[in-house]
Design a protein around this ligand. Structure first.
Ligand SMILES: *Cc1c(COP(=O)(O)O)cnc(C)c1O
Length: 383
């Protein structure tokens, strides 16, 4: 037997870290249905509640009527349609970048960029808490990877070598909800002659004027960041991702990013629906303000209850439990009371920092937050 799968799985199980999927009997919205039960959903990245909006499903249907079910080919063959080009144009104008390229997933977009750009003599500087897709691409690239302490600019500055490669950070960190200091990152990149890449999967749509994301929220001009990437599967309510930057960057990726060239393009209907999601997101200032009010209320009361809630002004609100098994037990207890909350354990987060990853969305009602806090209090104090 060339592969010892059983030992690997048994070991995970022994450590209480075996992962299993749950089958949903409903779509993604304020409530989800599993095991023939309905749960209040605090475990979704659908931050604006867009995924279940009828207008978006209708836009997708319109796209299907016009373009059919699939794109039929990779983008350099015959898979690149006007629906894709329109979405690229919409994104470029919205975010103030010269050009944009679409990908089927954010995971693929990160592989594509990092593998196409970084060669053997380059260095990549990655925040220690970067998403698995960034670290995975980095580990497989021939470039040296230096990881800096989370959001620690002095540490990053001490590692930087002039004109050596790429600094990579998330805009909003996916497991912690805190933001990178993007202005300082841009300064360090400019001073050292390196490029900066920001993965804004969790900031796009939620933060900034018109939902333009973390850079806009922190007033960092678009041209100070060489590569920005984000997904459509979170606040935009659909799926897929994009990379944005200079026209030269996009031309380079079209020629050299194998993950782009040798992969069937996303269905045009999906691109069409995503354009419609962006038009909605741009004008959704009141939904963003409402979400912020839920976040503030949650944080104020959670702190009063003595819960360990690290600094985060985004929809991602971790409650640190510490011990992995205890985090799982707490999540299970919440589920028995009708609240779906995810326990996040190592290796997704550092050892000893297992947590409940609570996500708030504009689909929640004020009463949902009060109920969540009441149940959190009971489920953590009797742990
Ligand atoms: C979700 C996520 C991705 C991956 O995007 P998908 O479209 O889900 O593949 C990449 N980076 C970050 C920070 C993410 O949170």
């Amino acid at each position: 037997m060339p592969f010892d799968l059983k030992t690997a799985l048994d070991e995970r199980a022994r450590e209480g870290l075996l992962r299993q999927r749950q089958i949903l009997q409903s779509g993604q919205s304020r409530f989800i249905r599993l095991h023939d039960q309905s749960y209040l959903n605090f475990s979704s990245n659908d931050y604006l509640g867009l995924a279940s909006q009828p207008f978006l499903a209708k836009a997708w249907q319109e796209g299907l009527d016009r373009w059919g079910a699939g794109s039929g080919a990779s983008p350099l063959v015959t898979g690149y349609t006007q629906a894709h080009a329109d979405l690229e144009q919409t994104l470029a104008e919205w975010l103030g970048v010269e050009a944009v390229l679409l990908f089927s997933t954010g995971f693929a977009a990160n592989q594509a960029v990092i593998k196409a750009l970084l060669q053997k003599d380059h260095i990549q500087y990655q925040d220690r808490l970067n998403h698995a897709s960034l670290q995975e691409a980095g580990a497989h690239s021939p470039a040296k990877m230096l990881r800096f302490r989370h959001n620690d600019m002095a540490h990053l500055a001490s590692l930087l070598q002039p004109q050596s490669g790429l600094i990579i950070s998330e805009g909003v960190f996916s497991m912690d909800g805190d933001q990178a200091p993007c202005r300082q990152l841009a300064d360090l990149a400019a001073q050292s002659g390196n490029w900066l890449m920001i993965d804004d999967a969790h900031g796009l749509g939620v933060l900034g004027a018109e939902g333009r994301g973390t850079l806009s929220h922190q007033h960092v001009p678009p041209d100070r960041v060489h590569i920005r990437m984000a997904t459509f599967g979170k606040a935009l309510g659909t799926a897929g991702a994009f990379v944005g930057g200079s026209r030269k960057l996009i031309d380079y990726l079209v020629n050299f990013a194998r993950d782009y060239v040798y992969s069937t393009h996303m269905p045009p209907a999906q691109a069409y629906a995503t354009s419609s999601a962006i038009e909605w997101v741009k004008q959704a200032d009141s939904e963003r303000a409402y979400l912020q009010s839920l976040i503030r209320e949650f944080r104020a009361e959670a702190a009063e209850l003595g819960l360990n809630v690290p600094e985060s002004e985004t929809a991602i609100q971790p409650v640190i439990i510490g011990d992995a098994e205890q985090a799982v037990n707490t999540a299970n207890r919440l589920r028995s009371r009708g609240l779906w909350v995810s326990a996040i354990r190592p290796p997704t987060v550092p050892k000893g920092s297992a947590r409940l990853r609570i996500t708030l969305t504009a689909a929640h009602q004020q009463a949902d937050i009060s109920l969540l806090l009441k149940e959190l209090k009971e489920c953590t104090t009797n742990a």
